[in-house]
Design a protein around this ligand. Sequence first.
Ligand code: ZN
Length: 669
Amino acid sequence: MAVCIAGFGSCREDREVKDEFQWVVDRFDDIRVLKYQVPEFDSLSLNDKLLVYYLGQAALCGRDILFDQNGKYNLRIRRTLESIYQGYTGDREDERFKQFEKYLKKVWFANGIHHHYSTDKFRPEFQEAYFDLLVRETPREFFPTDFGDVDQVIRTIKPIMFDPDTMAKRVNLAAGEDLIVTSANNYYEGVTQKEVEEYYAARIDTTDPKPVSYGLNSKMVKDASGRITERVWRVGGMYSAAIEKIVEWLEKASEVAEGQQKKTIDELIAYYKSGRLRDFDRYNVLWLEDTASRVDFVNGFIESYGDALGYRGAWEGLVNFRDEAATHRTETISNMAQWFEDHSPIDPQFRKKEVKGVSAKVITAAMLGGDCYPATPIGINLPNSDWIRRDHGSKSVTIGNITYAYEEAAKGSGFAEEFMYEEETIDRYKRYGSLADNLHTDLHECLGHGSGCLAEGVRGDELKNYSSTLEEARADLFALYYLADPKMVELGLIPTLDVAKAAYAQYMLNGLMTQLARIELGKNVEEAHMRNRKLIAEWCYEKGREQNVVEKVRRNGKTYVVVHDYDKLRGLFGELLREIQRIKSTGDFEAGRDLVETYAVRIDPELHKEVRERYAKLDLPLFSGFVNPIYRPVMENGQIVDVTVEYTDDYVGQMLEYSKEYSYLPSVN
Ligand code: ZN
């Protein structure tokens, strides 16, 4: 089964009233900063609120660790920039000061001086001479006391900031180069790629069925005598000052946690104290097996994308709790799996006699830290250790409120106004678009892929290079067909069939037009999910042409997609589902190939150009990240009796606050 980008969410209808919530809080360069809601926080028990609060504090305490992991000079640079930002006595309206501010915002966003995604070093737009002026006109008391000689620090960091060839890339993956020496991260010092490889070749026992994640929690250095050692990130080791704070908050969390979760947190504390990777594995197994607790978390050295050789883990923190409403929705669908199969518009002989739905957990993020902040994933699948996954499985979750924030922010982008023909369609899209999206994903993932069966003698590999496109189309059509079924309303999954109308209009627009924006002019559609959408949209457009089911309308030189008859469109989805199921069940390669080649690959160059131009004018940012909510304990007689949640629109304020309140590491580590 293909892995699809899921977008579960929770109880959207309830939130429609919160229209005035301002999703976008800042915008600079190619980046947009959003905020996310934690809607069910108030309904948590006091114990769960306390867990979120304590684990949330623990998630904020490792921010400096990530800055230092991302580059040896990052903390010195960040603190210098922050000192200037707060203390500079000169003209703040100067164009160059705005450029300076933008640079600082980017450094905060990337947790260092390299772009969080491309890992290329950013170039300040202001000149070195202007930087000198800023330093001169900032009173010395604003600089950190551990700088000692401020001028010496400035001399050290200037080439790092301004020389394009110095530390140019955080993670270099270019084949043929020394990936360790040429990567600017702070995971290694004084060693070459060959030395690192030899070091692990000598230590990793390939016969061990349960190997630890070598190198995950240490920096590798060569000392003065030429000996290679690992500086372990633990209490009493490297980054101790920050790790001690993390442990302090984890201990408070342990006091209010119960059962398996308490054991899990205690094991994590033990690992942070010992630095032993076996302890980390033990912790992971406990964490994995705890599926009952509503509040959950990630805290530690986890993902190794920042190390070109993939050993060392970037520090990250995430606190979340199960979204009961959304998880209920996926369970409702899963429990009804047999009914959906029995009523599917396919040839009865290809229906599955016994189906099992797959359910997925949907979570609400409550706090993001380290490598999850401000840029954050929308889904998580952990732990990374292969043997733990093999023997114990993994936890796979979708972060509903983050996906929701993305969708809501997209509504203010002008996308709907640019591409949708009628007010009515725009309204339905804004009102039901995200519910439609989520339900579509649920149906596609939980039921669509698992439905249907093969005819006797068919192996399943007959469709060859067309199989993934046709498989995605089958799952999408299953979802589209059932979205408009009265059963959806009956099950309480949607308030009205208008949700299906929103889904249909959006799907046809995307399949016929807007998804083309992501493809370069002159190229064909290649990716399976995109081919599938084009196949479905183009086929239905053509088959319904005579009856004018879907029309391409021109107005003021622009093309629009208008659905005239939603019932007939549903009929066409059912018809195509029946045909694609037949193709799969009988392994009819020729018919599958003809469908894909006729409808899914080639793009009308005129329309392509038009879509690209209209899309470009919307000026949508390429990357998004988030500010965190603020949690405050309510005290009564020295006891916490409640925890409240507030939202901030102040990206700069949050960054400065985190740098003041959660900055535990010295400038040089
Ligand atoms: Zn899929």
